[in-house]
Ligand binder design. Sequence first.
Ligand SMILES: NC(=O)C1=CN([C@@H]2O[C@H](COP(=O)(O)OP(=O)(O)OC[C@H]3O[C@@H](n4cnc5c(N)ncnc54)[C@H](OP(=O)(O)O)[C@@H]3O)[C@@H](O)[C@H]2O)C=CC1
Ligand SMILES: O=C(O)C1=N[C@H](C(=O)O)C[C@H](O)C1
Length: 269
Amino acid sequence: MAAGPGIVVTGASGRMGQMLVRAIHASEVCHLVAALEREGHPWVGQDVGTAMGGAAIGVTVTDDPVAAFARAQAVVDFTAPAATVGFAALAAQARAVHVIGTTGLSEVDLAAISRAAHHAVIVRAGNMSLGLNLLMQMTQRVAAALDADYDIEIVEAHHRHKVDAPSGTALMLGEAAAAGRGVVLNEVRDAGRDGMTGARRRGDIGFAAIRGGDIVGEHDVIFAADGERITLRHVATDRSVFVRGALRAALWGQDRDPGEYDMLDVLGI
Ligand SMILES: NC(=O)C1=CN([C@@H]2O[C@H](COP(=O)(O)OP(=O)(O)OC[C@H]3O[C@@H](n4cnc5c(N)ncnc54)[C@H](OP(=O)(O)O)[C@@H]3O)[C@@H](O)[C@H]2O)C=CC1
Ligand SMILES: O=C(O)C1=N[C@H](C(=O)O)C[C@H](O)C1
């Protein structure tokens, strides 16, 4: 008899997807009901274990989200914005908990996700690790304690394959800093400096992105004043921290009321 909630992994061939499939297959508190890939993907129709280069695990990769979600209690989704918005509506129809790790979502995407959350539980976070969510709280506290003499800059580094910037995590940290300071991030956000930018505007929150090699995810929040500087730093060295958080969210979301939640809710911090 399979243990715990049944979970669908979307984007099963991706960096996060493959780690999630392995973790759920090895878990004693949940089980894998389906591995989803897009139509035409070479893995569709193969056993997901074999497709990943290992032993068969008895779950065939499918391109049919409706049938997959109908058998699931949770959908764990680290894909791309267009896919995630579609999955949110389908997961809500199936009343499955939708755990969203996908970043790069637009305001329009977020509004669609909020609509889906009227009917089902959605847990969404740009970073699912415990350490980063703690750093977010610290960022808010430090920002609340300091005035705008302390320039806030957020520097993030990721692998060469990452397609969005600033990272979802950097934006979460920016929101936390803005909340601490009592301002609206969109009114003070300064991302992508290049050329004759002029001097830094007092009160802005700046973002800078580094892309290279296999960097998993590194974030610095810098509070720079005349004569001193504070740096809060989180370094992820292994994607397992995100996998752990996502599965914790999938379990936590069972039997909750419909709505939008984040990792602070899940972690209770
Ligand atoms: N919140 C968090 O803690 C974390 C968030 N992330 C985020 O998760 C996302 C995925 O990251 P990562 O695993 O590194 O990326 P990958 O590119 O390795 O994997 C993405 C997967 O999603 C699939 N996919 C993309 N578009 C669609 C679509 N329209 N329909 C169906 N499947 C689709 C891809 O398939 P195909 O190859 O066919 O395109 C691929 O299998 C990113 O947004 C990243 O920022 C990552 C780590 C942690
Ligand atoms: O794309 C990634 O890899 C990651 N994306 C997330 C983000 O955009 O912040 C989380 C993590 O940093 C890894």
